[in-house]
Design a protein around this ligand. Structure first.
Ligand code: FAD
Ligand code: SF4
Length: 511
């Protein structure tokens, strides 16, 4: 039986279910580059180049294993520019008996796949994406009947299921979570190894040229381009991280330093999300580092928690609420996304650093995303959908299943508390404590009002005041609202006037 195996750009794994049992003698692997997906939001140029180059490298690997790969390049004059069009053309070309697919990671594309299953005149196999460790049904079973979805409970479940860092049915070291030992501010003189940089292959260079002409108007710098684009290269980057950064992972997890863009973060999300690395394999290798005495338990536990905990958990939340989740706007925030999110032009040093780095690298680490750009969007009342589209566009690792819960849920509290028991809202004091950004800022984190005040300060209290109806009875916000309620009228008016001035400056590009 001749089967057409249609692989998407984030399914670049040898073990992906759509390739399981494939027969090189009869089957055809279809991989297509389509314009519609590159512009569904205006993705960062480096992100488009990463995905296209990885798709081309994956096709080469499969060909090397004897598969017939029908690869449609974006600049092929016959390319229709859409999945529907390219699938139609491939069926006409190959006349297969069956179509085999792995479930798409995004609701919109899954709907397309379901439509093909219903309408195409051939057998369609739509298989689970079992590269994830917790499937949709398992997550639904875990979530059923729970009032709140506490990630820590989910994570313990996943530790038991995978056996990672377990001694019988007890956690290694007697504790499930060593987060308490982490979260220190970092000093600029701390030596940290940079992520491994891969020189672009000839094929990647061709993609870079294609992207530079075809997507010239998109956000972001295309070069220098140093991401791995094949499984082999991603494994080298992985081993570099395990040997050099894992031992100190977590310690400075929440820190932000102007001159250290990556600290000891892994920079592995992009490789995991397109399939160049496998999550369970990566975690097992991290566990081995602890077992061999090369990395402390606190660091390894923290790393494994991000992957079998947070990564799997946000995916579960996405599918539990798709497709509605990205439309949530619990706090009724309406301000349009200001231009500075694209230009990085602002006197706020922290925003300038996080956005500037995002533009150059298509990467910012978690605390920059959550507590700088996310926190600012939350406090300024930016429209969650516009903020979501920004995050989806600008990061090389951004795919809806992981970006939407992190943005709509964790950063913006637009889901009304499904992901987080209270908003991640903070004034300038937090950023000052965790970073060195404030040292060169035009604003002062210790000034509470007036033109020198750090904008996060008045905006924080303005956020608290204007959302009292929705957040005032949240027990975790109790001390904050106690302070707010004790605040005199004149201080409240000062906060209101300062916030008004800041938001006007934001709209006029003067902040
Ligand atoms: P590390 O800090 O080294 O963590 C190791 C791994 O753990 C990561 O590679 C990632 O796979 C996983 N991980 C850690 N935190 C999370 C999390 N909160 N959710 C899911 N996985 C996690 N992550 C994405 O992969 N894609 C996104 O589009 C994305 N958008 C985000 C948007 C916002 C507003 C926020 C606050 C976070 C977002 N994250 C996203 C989560 C997190 O910021 C990134 O996974 C992380 O910064 C990737 O860098 P790293 O590989 O160096 O991670
Ligand atoms: Fe950011 Fe405020 Fe610090 Fe400036 S003073 S870097 S705006 S936190």
């Amino acid at each position: 039986m001749k089967t057409l195996r249609f692989i998407l750009g984030d399914q670049l794994s040898q073990k992906v279910s759509a390739l399981r049992g494939a027969d090189p003698a009869t089957d055809i692997v279809l991989i297509v580059e389509v314009q519609a997906e590159a512009v569904s939001v205006r993705h960062h140029k480096k992100k488009i180049a990463f995905i296209l180059a990885s798709m081309r490298a994956f096709a080469e690997t499969l060909r090397g294993q004897g598969f017939t790969v029908d690869y449609v390049k974006m600049d092929d004059p016959a390319n229709t520019g859409s999945f529907d069009g390219e699938l139609d053309r491939a069926i006409t070309r190959h006349q297969p008996n069956a179509l085999c697919l792995t479930r798409a990671s995004e609701w919109r594309v899954l709907e397309m796949q379901r439509h093909w299953a219903e309408t195409l005149d051939l057998q369609v196999l739509l298989l689970e994406d079992d590269r994830f460790l917790c499937d949709e049904a398992q997550f639904r079973a875990w979530a059923a009947g729970r009032k709140s979805f506490v990630m820590e409970h989910f994570y313990r479940n996943m530790r038991r299921r995978t056996g990672l860092l377990m001694e019988g049915d007890q956690p290694a070291g007697g504790r499930w979570n060593f987060d308490h030992d982490n979260r220190k501010p970092a000093k600029p003189d701390l030596f940290m190894q940079l992520p491994h940089r891969c020189p672009p292959s000839v094929q990647t260079q061709e993609v870079i040229e294609l992207v530079s002409t075809r997507f010239a108007g998109h956000f972001g710098d295309l070069e220098p381009f140093w991401f791995a684009t094949s499984a082999r290269e991603a494994e080298i980057a992985r081993d570099h991280f395990l040997a050099n950064n894992l031992p100190r992972f977590g310690e400075t997890q929440d820190a932000m330093l102007e001159g250290q863009l990556f600290l000891n973060h892994a920079v592995m999300s992009l490789y995991l999300n397109v399939g160049l690395l496998e999550p369970l394999d990566l975690c097992r290798r991290a566990e081995l580092e602890w077992q061999a005495g090369r990395a402390p338990l606190a660091a390894v536990e923290g790393f494994i928690r991000q992957i079998i905990g947070w990564r799997e958990y946000v995916r579960g939340i996405y599918w539990l609420h798709a497709p509605d989740y990205k439309g949530f706007n619990h706090l009724e925030a309406k301000r349009p996304l200001p231009a500075l999110y694209w230009t990085g032009q602002t006197k706020m040093a922290c925003m300038q650093a996080a956005i500037g780095q995002t533009k150059r690298e298509a990467y910012a680490h978690h605390i920059q995303r959550l507590m700088v750009t996310g926190n600012f969007a939350l406090l300024a009342g930016l429209d969650p959908h516009e903020v979501h589209e920004w995050y989806l566009s600008v990061y090389a690792d951004a795919f809806e299943w992981v970006e939407v819960p992190n943005t709509i849920g964790m950063a913006l509290y637009a889901d009304g508390g499904i992901m987080a028991s209270k908003p991640y809202a903070a004034s300038g004091a937090y950023i000052h404590k965790m970073s060195d950004y404030c040292e060169r800022c035009a604003y002062d984190p210790s000034v509470k009002s007036g033109p020198r005040a750090c904008p996060f300060n008045p905006l924080y209290w303005d956020f608290i005041g204007r959302n009292e109806g929705k957040l005032g009875s949240n027990p975790r916000m109790g001390p904050v609202y106690a302070t707010w309620r004790k605040m005199g009228q004149s201080r409240r008016e000062e906060i209101g006037a300062d916030s008004q001035r800041i938001l006007e400056a934001l709209d006029n590009g003067q902040l």
